[in-house]
Design a protein around this ligand. Structure first.
Ligand SMILES: Cc1cc2nc3c(=O)[nH]c(=O)nc-3n(C[C@H](O)[C@H](O)[C@H](O)COP(=O)(O)OP(=O)(O)OC[C@H]3O[C@@H](n4cnc5c(N)ncnc54)[C@H](O)[C@@H]3O)c2cc1C
Length: 405
């Protein structure tokens, strides 16, 4: 295993220090460097610049419009426009070379809906459509006609995002943000933030694993599943914990004809094509908090939980072979599954961007932009993310997202 090459930053003081340089930290850094009103210094501290265990690298990389909260639909709509326009946005940072796209596969998401859940699903579809999403509710007959390989016998219907949903290259998105942020002047250093110092209600400095003390004007917590650890360094707490998620890539003896969407079964098992293979996962049976460095695999999850659900929903999945597998961590918000964005209510220069659960990748463009707006202008200027602020945590008032995977 590669040893970390932890190094000291170039300066002893920065206007903004960002803890964690994966998709969220790099998005914040990118948007700061893009803001003409920002001329400050940025340090991004990343403990492992291989990103081997980051959620970003271990993600299923999907984007959907199918949420129960309008703000989450709008966040994803901005994410979608960002993904579609990625190569164009990145062009200035590739000096003459063609900037890469993100390989967006617009196959849609299909939520399988039980008969009992059909009315609520129809309402969600209406809400999403009123916001401009292309979701449709298919009754069982049309659902079978559209997806003949799907077992609809026990379903009340399906909610299908016919457009504007699919999956894309997660590491490509992070790498683009990072490359552009660095060219815009953000400094990245491989090191670990091991402590924070406060003076009254302000974070004043960051302590690094290599012994340096670095002063900061503001601190952004973009530490993913380790967000609770970083908050704890300032004596703060958030209801965000690492939760293990097992992913499996398998081949099937029988192909699925046509443009297969990401299918979400009622059991929570999801499956989507991955070139000529398939990617699947679910929350584990014994879901609960994990240690930050526990990435041990539980193979029985496929055999006992996922495969029976797959075979029930898609009977042609009767001869499968697992080809690859990995464990990743959700940064799981136990209060309401939604991200916490913005300053702590007392320690006002400690900024959260944490607890994305299973939808942080698609939310990274909008949340990074929002955090940058708060830092530079003291308020949101484009999309108001106020409903997702820390205040609800302090008041213990969940802002529940029903459509979680
Ligand atoms: C199996 C799985 C499937 C998913 N599927 C989807 C999906 O389909 N769509 C979607 O939108 N999202 C999905 N997600 C969620 C999404 O991947 C995450 O929400 C997103 O990647 C979070 O990015 P992040 O930058 O906050 O966290 P991370 O990518 O985990 O990055 C945090 C970084 O902080 C660094 N760090 C932590 N502590 C310190 C410290 N003290 N000092 C320095 N550095 C530190 C870490 O090394 C890490 O690189 C999925 C996640 C998983 C695990």
């Amino acid at each position: 295993m590669r040893k970390y090459q932890h190094a000291a930053p170039r300066r002893s003081s920065y206007d903004v220090v960002i803890v964690g340089g994966a998709v969220i930290g790099s998005s914040v850094a990118y948007w700061l460097t893009q803001d003409a009103d920002f001329d400050g210094s940025i340090l991004v501290v990343e403990r492992d610049s291989t990103y081997e265990f980051s959620s970003t690298a271990l993600s299923a990389s999907g984007i959907r419009q199918q949420y129960s909260n309008p703000i989450n639909v709008r966040i994803s709509q901005f994410g979608l426009s960002f993904i579609r326009g990625f190569a164009e946005r990145m062009a200035p940072f590739f000096e003459g070379e063609a900037a890469p796209g993100l390989g967006f596969r617009e196959h849609g998401y299909l939520y399988c809906i039980s008969p009992e859940g059909a009315d609520a699903a129809r309402e969600r579809v209406e809400l999403q459509r009123s916001l401009g999403a292309q979701t449709v509710f298919l009754e069982p007959g049309p659902l079978r006609d559209r997806f003949p390989w799907l077992n609809v016998e026990d379903l009340g219907g399906g909610a299908w995002g016919a457009r504007d949903e699919g999956w894309f290259d997660s590491v490509g998105l992070m790498t683009g943000f990072r490359r552009a942020a660095r060219q815009g002047g953000a400094e990245y250093v491989e090191n670990e933030v091991t402590g924070l110092e406060l003076d009254g209600d302000r974070v004043t400095s960051v302590l690094l694993g290599t012994g340096e003390r670095v002063s900061c004007g503001a601190l952004v917590n973009a530490a993913g599943p380790r967000a609770g650890v970083v908050a704890g360094m300032a004596g703060l707490s958030i209801p965000v914990e690492p939760r293990k998620r097992y992913s499996f890539v398998f081949s099937s003896a029988n192909p699925i004809e046509g443009r297969m969407p990401l299918v979400v079964d009622g059991t929570g098992t999801y499956v989507r094509p991955e070139h000529d293979l398939f990617l699947t996962g679910n929350r584990p049976l014994d879901d609960g908090p994990a240690a930050v460095d526990d990435f041990e695999m539980v193979h029985d999850e496929f055999e006992e939980r996922i495969w029976p659900a797959l075979y029930h929903r898609i009977p042609s999945f009767d001869a499968l072979k697992v080809r690859r597998f990995w464990t990743g961590h959700y940064a799981y918000n136990t209060l309401d599954h939604n991200v916490i964005v913005g300053p702590h209510d007392r320690v006002g220069n400690f900024i959260f961007a944490n607890g994305f659960s299973g939808h942080g990748l698609q939310q990274s463009p909008a949340v990074g932009r929002g955090v940058a707006e708060l830092l530079v202008h003291g308020a949101y200027r484009t999309l108001d993310l106020g409903q997702l602020s820390y205040g609800r945590i302090a008041r213990n008032e969940p802002f529940l997202e029903e459509a979680v995977i």
